[in-house]
Design a protein. Structure first.
Length: 502
């Protein structure tokens, strides 16, 4: 089915209610893998971070990563889940070349955390509660690279390359209960939930949760049911969606696609689907297996996990301020609107702004630079502002130079440009580029005299009492000094020189 066959979104919602289920995989930021001591550093040479355990060699025995368990418990507590007093791992059996053991060590009927919820705030301020079914521990698969085809997928490829460095990296999978009652706002709820979950994960410090790097990815399950019915429709599962915008687009597309199939008298196939960033569409992947098809059975090589109640409560006591509560507090402290705070969140700049304030900048200046110049440069490069090669401390120093009068905004932008180009710290860039404001009366006075001499008509107007005309001479001074003049002092000198004779 192509995009032109889709039912208009409003027409689909006039007939059907969407029901969603969101499965989010979070790659934990541990130093070693979930069941072995192999490193988890990024961009290492292919297959250089492997061992007999994560390669599934005969006789190799796994050992559970204690930090991985702690991270799972902290996530569960932050999601208002119950923490199991006793749980165990299971083998999820299937054949895929990126899983060398031919099974994935995961949790099945006994997850470490279950029965929670996460309240998310929508664009208009409405709070929507998403119920959490479970959060469980498992390991990631390896990475397949299909070479020679047009799509980058296995179909049509000449050959495939396998890198097992990622195999065994700790994952937490967070599964919602069926999300009902969102109606037309279902795609917005999906995006808001994943955004809130990402902020929560980052606040806990268990993962950077960078979706563009695969550290957090979402599977969007969606089905439709006719208005007035209770039975869920057949669901599709759009796999590994890796941006907030794409989560919303995938849910919206599937609503329209399901409606088109059902309206035409067709049957929805329970399957996995691939999301296409270029046009927001999805295409069929494979028929979706049911849980029994994976032939789960308890992992015989790992002992059960039994978190003590004292330890769980100590972790609960150490949880940070939840993101939504922190945002509301900061919004009040900063005196900004809901819309302004939403813009900060959408830009992914909140933590950077806070860190810049902690480094000495006032909040208005910190927001100004991260939401202005740095956001613009990030958009040009197609990255998040946090990925730019500049630190909050460096941004705070630029803001300080502006506040003390050493730089104006134009010069500050040039200083930021130099830092991003790798020219050094802000002070070094200012010195090397000669960016400081010209404010001493000697050099500035000469520029003022030249501007008066070059613009006699404007000077006569000022002598005649038309003080507003001084702006034109200030502009001439700024141009002559390449924007480095102290505009305020230049204006004072102009008026002093051209004061009407008494």
């Amino acid at each position: 089915m192509t995009v032109i066959d889709l039912v208009p979104y409003e027409d689909a919602l006039a007939t059907y209610d969407p029901v969603m289920g969101l499965e989010v995989h979070v790659e934990l930021g541990t130093k070693t893998k979930m069941f072995c001591a192999c490193a988890t550093t990024l961009r290492a040479d292919a297959n250089s971070q492997t061992c007999p355990v994560c390669l599934g060699l005969p006789g190799a025995l796994p050992v559970v990563n204690a930090i991985g368990v702690e991270s799972a418990v902290r996530i569960g507590l932050a999601l208002n889940c119950d923490i199991a007093e006793w749980c165990r791992f299971a083998r999820k059996n299937y054949f895929y070349p990126d899983m060398p053991k031919n099974f994935q060590t995961s949790q099945y009927d006994e997850p470490i955390a279950y029965g929670g919820y996460l309240d998310v705030q929508l664009e208009d301020g409405e709070i929507f509660r998403v119920e959490i079914e479970r959060a469980h521990m498992e390991e990631d698969t390896g990475k397949s690279t299909h070479v020679g085809g047009a799509t980058g997928r296995i179909h049509g490829a000449s050959y495939s390359l396998l890198d097992y460095n990622r195999a065994g990296i700790p994952l937490i999978e967070i599964v919602t209960k069926p999300i009902e009652g969102a109606g037309a706002r279902a795609p917005e709820v999906a995006r808001a939930y994943v955004a809130e979950l990402r902020e929560l994960i980052r606040a806990l410090g268990v993962s950077e949760a960078r979706m563009e790097m695969g550290q957090m990815r979402c599977d969007v399950n969606l089905s439709l049911r006719p208005h007035g019915t209770e039975k869920f429709g057949t669901r599709s599962e759009t796999k590994n969606v890796n941006s907030l915008r794409s989560v919303e687009r995938a849910a919206r597309f599937e609503v329209q696609r399901h409606a088109a199939v059902l309206n035409a008298g067709g049957t929805i196939v329970q399957e996995t689907r691939h999301f296409h960033e270029e046009d927001g569409s999805t295409t069929s992947g494979r028929v979706k297996e049911e849980a029994e098809d994976y032939r789960y059975f308890p992992e015989p090589d790992l002992v059960p996990v039994a978190p003590s109640r004292e330890w769980v409560e100590s972790l609960r006591a150490g949880l940070p301020e939840l993101p939504r509560l922190r945002r509301n507090r900061l919004r009040e402290e900063w005196g900004i609107s809901e819309h302004e705070m939403r813009s900060v969140l959408n830009a992914g700049a909140l933590d950077s702004i806070i860190a810049t304030i902690d480094a000495g900048a006032d909040q208005a200046a910190a927001r100004k630079w991260w939401m202005g110049e740095l956001a613009r440069r990030a958009n040009e490069q197609g990255v998040e502002a946090t990925a730019l090669p500049i630190t909050p401390a460096q941004v705070a120093r630029v803001a300080e130079l502006v506040a003390e009068g050493s730089l104006n905004d134009k010069l500050a932008r040039q200083a930021i440009e130099g830092v991003l180009a790798g020219e050094g710290e802000p002070d070094a860039v200012v010195e090397q580029r000669g960016l400081k404001i010209v404010s001493d009366d000697g050099a500035l006075g000469q520029a003022v005299d030249d501007a008066i001499a070059d613009n006699p008509g404007v000077a006569d107007k000022i002598r005649g009492g038309k003080v507003a005309a001084a702006g034109a001479l200030v502009g001439a001074v700024m141009k002559a000094t390449r924007g480095q003049a102290d505009a305020g002092r230049a204006r004072e000198l102009i008026l002093e020189r051209l004061a009407p004779a008494e």
